[in-house]
Design a binder for this molecule. Structure first.
Ligand code: ADP
Length: 498
């Protein structure tokens, strides 16, 4: 296991069980977003490497992997989960160095959830079953639930290792083989994971990991005729490109895309709890969360009190060195993202919103002056129709919108192209459950936010995507159903036999 503080690490592609250079010999550098220094130099996959990886995954799918028992597949996944747990401290440090998230989050949230996902799906390997169907007559009908085949998986940079776990664990539990492309901004965790996959003893070619750019490696993978399924997590814009290129081969697709979640505070809520929930909703992981509560609806009668408390707390967030255990917010992942966020601050001002907290880069010392930091930011006086309330910013930036009554609120909350998640803060349980039913989103949090568990499904309505990851629902994405009919009568069938 490599250390986060050492000189730039070098990583190769992981194809057919081996670490290899890219066919072109090209590499790319990935910076540490806290300082801008190079963290690692990584082999850059392109079409030729994707071809090789897909070929290896196909051979593994038709060869050793399909001959392994479900129990052995589960044991390999469980072994992997244990190896990850053993290396958690190093993996968390590397994840923080690569992505910028505070070490407290990598170590105590991301890594435990990575372990949990592999553990959970390890258990599923032996429990994927078909059914018997009560068809009429002297017929026996049953179903076989089979793996789909070779799966391409493209993941984003906001939770690099966790997204790899969400994708790999169910796919492998169900007996598929995989070509995984990590995001170019954060390839390190996946390459470290490749070492553990090799150590766990997965047959060669079952998992192939091919870092590279989206427009080259990603596009080559999504459009490859040799894959049976493509799973993608990322922006809605790229999700549409993936769906289009998959359409040419009718490759099966699952998408987990953007969001603009309403997080709703009613006057009857516990205001302290709601303020903490609003902070968790938007500032966690520097706001780089697809289910972030970025539209904060606050009931008019408590708006001033709520906003005062929220701004006060936002101003006290410890922003700085993500390796420091007391840091609450690290840098954004890249300069590009930082500039995008700054652009939205200008847009907010032009649209007539007011910036009541943050809105600029914080003053930091030494090496961190070159990092991609941005202060926790609150826009007030926002209308739901404004761009800052409709477009996904993907940063620590929240738009506060006030509302008067529940009908108006539901209409506004649902007035978005997205539908990934929503939160509500109220002591009125009737209202809370009514809201849960009426909001068009895949995940609802009542008096809480950002809760996840490997057993609970996650995914979007509307343009937030299709398919559900985690829980038993994830197995639907990675299996297909075969219906088998057996005659029990022993007689010729129908009128042709007469
Ligand atoms: P973001 O805009 O947040 O960086 P993206 O949706 O661009 O998110 O990226 C998510 C993942 O999709 C990354 O692994 C990236 O390399 C990949 N990607 C980007 N563009 C394409 C594309 N045209 N085809 C396939 N994958 C892509």
């Amino acid at each position: 296991m490599s250390s986060a503080s050492a000189a730039p690490q070098k990583y190769q592609l992981f194809i057919d069980g081996q670490f290899v250079d890219s066919e072109s010999g090209k590499t790319f550098k990935t910076p540490n977003p806290a300082t801008g220094d190079t963290l690692a130099e990584v082999a850059e996959a392109d079409k030729a490497d994707i071809d090789k990886a897909v070929g290896a995954a196909r051979r593994a799918f038709e060869g050793k992997w399909s001959k392994l028992s479900a129990r052995d597949r589960g044991r390999l996944l469980y072994k992997l989960s244990q190896l990850i747990e053993q290396h958690s401290a190093d993996l968390a440090a590397l994840e923080t160095a690569d992505n910028g998230k505070p070490i407290k989050e990598s170590l105590y949230v991301d890594l435990p959830q990575v372990v949990e996902n592999f553990e959970y799906f390890a258990g599923w390997a032996t429990k994927i079953e078909g059914e018997t169907i009560p068809v009429p007559g002297k017929m026996f009908n049953y179903t076989l639930r089979e793996p789909i085949g070779v799966c391409g998986q493209i993941i984003p940079w906001n939770f690099p290792l966790l997204m790899a776990a969400w994708k790999l664990a169910p796919a492998l539990a169900a007996g598929n083989t995989v070509v995984l492309k990590p995001a170019e901004q954060t390839p390190v965790g996946a390459m470290e994971l490749a070492k553990l996959i090799q150590e766990a003893g997965f047959p060669e070619g079952v998992v192939n990991i091919v870092p590279g750019y989206g427009e080259t490696a990603g596009a080559a993978l999504a459009s490859h005729p040799g894959i049976d399924k493509i799973a993608f997590t990322g922006s809605t814009e790229v999700g549409k490109l993936i769906a289009k290129s998959a359409a040419d081969n009718l490759t099966k697709v699952s998408l987990e895309l953007g969001g603009k979640a309403p997080n709703i505070v009613f006057a009857d809520s516990d205001i302290e709890q709601a303020v903490a929930g609003a902070m968790m909703g938007i500032f966690y992981n520097q706001g780089q969360v697809c289910c972030a509560g970025s539209r904060l609806f606050v009931e008019e009668s408590v708006k001033d009190e709520f906003l005062g408390k929220l701004s006060d707390k936002a101003g006290k967030i410890a922003v700085g060195d993500p390796m420091n255990k007391s840091t609450q917010m690290g840098p954004q992942v890249s300069e590009e993202q930082l500039n995008r966020i700054k652009g939205y601050v200008d847009i907010a001002r032009e649209e007539g919103a007011t910036v009541v907290a943050g809105g600029a880069t914080p003053q930091l010392e030494g090496a961190f002056q070159k990092g991609y930091f941005f202060s926790p930011t609150i826009f007030a006086e926002v209308k739901n129709s404004m761009r800052v309330a409709q477009e996904e910013i993907f940063g620590p930036v929240v738009s506060v919108i006030s509302f008067k009554d529940e009908d108006d609120l539901i209409k506004q909350a649902n007035d978005t192209i997205y539908g990934l998640s929503a939160g509500i803060w109220t002591k009125d349980i009737t209202r809370a459950h009514r809201f849960a039913k009426e909001i068009k989103a895949g995940v609802i949090w009542i008096n809480t936010y950002n809760m996840f568990n490997a057993a609970s499904p996650f995914g979007g309505y509307k343009q937030s995507g299709y398919g559900r990851e985690m829980g038993r629902h994830a197995l639907d994405l990675y299996t297909q159903v075969k219906s088998v009919w057996v005659d029990l009568s022993g007689r010729p069938i129908g009128w042709f036999g007469k």
